[in-house]
Design a protein around this ligand. Structure first.
Ligand SMILES: Nc1ncnc2c1ncn2[C@@H]1O[C@H](COP(=O)(O)OP(=O)(O)OP(=O)(O)O)[C@@H](O)[C@H]1O
Length: 593
């Protein structure tokens, strides 16, 4: 899939098909009981609504001319009661429909979020994260109106239209036909608008997505923007994107708003027509009461028709969003358990890479026949020039990607033969940019073992030397940290991640050591913490500090997709090869205190 950026509209990867609506129906189905109840209430309200015009007819044609005041009072009271029924039903309907609508949205949002958790890195690599965010939040919100009001209104409106027509026909068949004369004009209008509207809303959803992506990216990169004083450029880019959004929004609503006045006009012309033919007596012979009742029914008829038109509008709008939502839900996780995958037995820690070939994109092998065997409990430092493939090696080991050729084995078992859950739960991966979730420090450490007690957490923090700095914080372990841990130093974030990893107690530990320079005292702390963490585990460390490299059992020097040198620091230095060269040229960077 081609990479997408914030200023590029995303192509839809699959054509729209009507089964999307059926699929949405599966989210609504569990709520059929409350929906049915609401529908019954609405039908009762609709029937009550039929009384008004008919009573008017009775009053004008019979009751008032006959001066039957008792009957008039009875009609008045029943009419009043019908208004009460209508009022109550309206209240019930709004409450119950909103509740069901929100429940359905919650289910859909959970489904898409759950699915996102399983998607491969490549899905996230290939598009700005803001574009993913907007699907989970905004697009699903847009469906809200369609689900909460639209659907039930539709059924009730269709019912209204049918029942009104029946009553009208019973009163006067010919006059009913006159009322329907302009209906084909409405259908024609809908057909003309439909295509343009769908396209306009697809474009709008793209522009909305672009804007979201840019805002998200700008916030993530705000430090870079400010440190290069690029605020003005950033603002200009935003203005352009925002303007694109405005233009496409105006275009979409202009098309959408053609329908509503169209229906209104047709309704008004129909009313005039009925007055005209009724008063002139063209082909019909009606009383004044019938004529007035008819005008009432015409409103009863056209109001729901207008609503159906509006529903149709929202459906077309929502289609553009539904497409995106289901497109995301249809992305298959490409790293998944194969049929019959077994549970990984308790890992001892032997790791073998056998003739591993791997590429992210066709035509460019990143790993090109890697072979190595690591024994249980060994600690390996991966070094090599930038872009050599060190991160790729550890990505394959924890099966974030699958090899193209060869195999990666843990304790002699191919990682593709076991379930991802059983494999990853026994491995600890610590990335260079230690992720700290917003919340307290204790919660962040507990992420490694969700049922860990406070004592266990403190004990782990002590082992990796994180306890001292945490205790010095104002609220200790209950200090709230911000997302990404911006209130902590890089060293402190690493120490927290060590405690988190120790708690998880993985048998294989993977660590991409932070490159940021830290003070000598923290460096010492980190080294002690790290050595404690490594005890009894097989570990792979993309090492940036000389102290880590020296403490490891073996060093793998990776270059151009192969392990070109391996051995201890002393052995490799004596060899005077690539490692020696790297050590010489980067001495300052690798230097310990
Ligand atoms: N998701 C990806 N899609 C395509 N190419 C990628 C992807 N990730 C990495 N690469 C490419 O693969 C190569 C190896 O990357 P890798 O991150 O493994 O290198 P590294 O040795 O860890 O580098 P560094 O020391 O700079 O972190 C690089 O040329 C990089 O451009």
């Amino acid at each position: 899939m081609a990479r997408n950026t914030f200023d590029q509209d995303e192509e839809l990867s699959q054509e729209f098909n009507w089964s999307y609506y059926k699929r949405m129906g599966t989210y609504i189905l569990p709520y059929k009981k409350p929906l049915l109840k609401t529908l019954i209430v609405i039908i009762i309200a609709n029937m009550a609504g039929m009384l008004g015009p008919y009573f008017t007819k009775l009053a004008i044609d019979d009751v008032i001319p006959n001066k039957d005041y008792k009957m008039l009072a009875i009609l008045g009271v029943i009419f009043l009661l019908s208004l009460l029924v209508i009022g109550y039903s309206m209240r019930y309907r709004i409450h119950s429909i909103t509740e069901v609508g929100q429940d359905v949205l919650k289910d859909m949002r959970s489904a898409i979020f759950e699915h996102l958790q399983k998607l491969p890195f490549s899905y996230f690599d290939n598009r700005p994260h803001g574009k993913i965010l907007i699907r989970v939040v905004n697009y699903i919100n847009t469906l809200s109106d369609l689900l909460s009001n639209g659907l039930i209104n539709l059924i009730s409106d269709i019912f209204s239209v049918v029942i009104t027509l029946v009553v009208m026909m019973m009163i006067d068949f010919k006059l009913t036909l006159y009322s329907l004369v302009l209906l084909p004009v409405l259908f024609a209008l809908v057909m003309v608008i439909k295509k343009a509207q769908r396209k306009a809303y697809q474009e709008l959803s793209n522009k909305q997505s672009n804007m979201n992506a840019y805002i998200h990216e700008s916030i993530s990169g705000i430090k870079v923007t400010q440190s290069f004083a690029r605020e003005e450029e950033s603002y200009q880019t935003f203005l352009d994107i925002s303007n694109d959004y405005r233009v496409s929004y105006m275009k979409a609503v202009k098309i959408q708003f053609l329908l509503w006045p169209g229906v209104q006009n047709i309704s008004v012309i129909t009313t005039c027509l009925i007055y005209f033919v009724g008063i002139q007596g063209i082909g019909v012979n009606v009383t004044t009461g019938t004529l007035i009742a008819f005008i009432g029914y015409i409103n009863n008829f056209w109001n729901p028709v207008i609503n159906i038109g509006n529903f149709y509008n929202s459906l077309i709008t929502a289609t553009a969003y539904l497409e995106r939502i289901f497109e995301t839900m249809d992305v298959e996780p490409d790293i998944k358990d194969k049929p019959g995958a077994i549970e990984m037995p308790t890992i001892k820690g032997q790791v073998d890479f056998e003739n591993v070939v791997f590429r992210y994109e066709e035509g460019r092998n990143i790993l090109d026949g890697i072979n190595f065997s690591v024994k249980q409990g060994e600690s390996i430092a991966l070094v090599g020039p930038t872009g050599a493939g060190k991160t790729t090696v550890i990505n394959l080991l924890s099966r974030f990607y699958d090899v193209n050729e060869g195999s990666v084995k843990v304790d002699g078992i191919d990682v593709r033969d076991v379930t991802l859950e059983s494999l990853r739960s026994q491995m600890g991966v610590m990335l260079q940019d230690t992720f700290v979730f917003s919340g307290t420090i204790i919660e962040n450490i507990r992420y490694g073992k969700l049922d860990a007690t406070e004592d266990e957490i403190i004990a782990a923090a002590k082992v990796v030397r994180a306890h001292d700095f945490i205790s010095e914080l104002k609220e200790g372990y209950y200090t709230v940290v911000e997302e990404r841990g911006s209130t902590l130093s890089a060293g402190q974030r690493q120490l927290i991640s060590f405690a988190r990893a120790l708690l998880a107690d993985p048998k294989i530990l993977i660590l991409d050591e932070a490159t940021s320079s830290i003070d000598t005292k923290t460096e010492e702390l980190l080294q002690v913490g790290l050595q404690e963490l490594l005890k009894g585990r097989t570990s792979f460390i993309i090492a940036h500090r000389l102290s880590t490299i020296k403490n490891s059992n073996r060093i793998f020097y990776i270059d151009r997709g192969k392990v070109v040198e391996s051995g201890t620091h002393e052995q490799l230095m004596a060899k005077r090869g690539l490692y020696h060269h790297l050590y010489q040229s980067q001495y300052d960077l690798l230097k310990v205190d």
